[in-house]
Design a protein around this ligand. Structure first.
Ligand code: MN3
Length: 199
């Protein structure tokens, strides 16, 4: 059973002008597709073949002898999750139980925004910024390269890709501008709320 590259949940031009068709074409059709292909090739014939990809990620995190398999599994999962964290006409404010949980955990929505922006901006090199559930608290974290909260006892609720391939065509070196745009105009709070409700 191989892991399938999911279609984008919106059209290639749907996130313009914030994220261009070119970025989505390279990012989904080349980068994400390659991680999925390499994961399927690497897992084939191993004792993890046929396991859900989340179980593979959790089983081999930290095992340096399986770093190649881990990196491609986690990057395949991270990108599938990331596409759903954005939507056309996204942004705005979370509502309901999610809004309450953010207030309870961070003190205010603005404090969450500050922490999330800082996590994205200070992740040195390639990686991801996350909103996760740990125990009954929300936390903002950052991870390097492919690393994923699923292997850290946390439940991912939201992610933002801060690898250069996520923003360089549209923002060049202005990562903070990409991060602000992600929060103001792209983030899909409905998806995040659904992840919290299912956690
Ligand atoms: Mn990426």
């Amino acid at each position: 059973m191989s892991y399938e590259l999911p279609e984008l949940p919106y059209g290639y031009t749907a996130l313009e002008p914030h994220i261009s068709k070119s970025t989505l074409e390279f990012h989904h059709d080349k980068h994400h597709a390659a991680y999925v292909q390499k994961f399927n090739d690497a897992v084939k014939g191993t004792d993890l073949d046929g396991q859900p990809i989340e179980a593979v990620i959790q089983a081999i995190a930290g095992d340096s002898s399986k770093a190649g398999l881990f990196n491609n599994a986690a990057q395949a999962w991270n990108h599938s999750f990331y596409w759903n964290c954005m939507k056309p006409q996204g942004g705005g404010l979370p509502t309901g139980a999610l809004a309450q949980k953010i207030d309870d955990s961070f003190g205010s929505f603005d404090a969450f925004v500050t922490a999330f922006k800082e996590a994205g901006a200070t992740q040195f090199g390639s990686g991801w910024a996350w909103l996760v559930l740990e125990g009954d608290q929300l936390k903002v974290t950052k991870t390097s390269n492919a690393e994923n909260p699923l292997s850290m006892g946390q439940i991912p609720l939201l992610t933002m890709d801060v690898w250069e391939h996520a923003y360089y065509l549209d923002y060049q070196s202005r990562r903070p501008d990409y991060i602000s745009t992600f929060l103001n105009s792209l983030v899909n709070w409905d998806f995040v709320a659904q992840n919290l409700a299912n956690a």
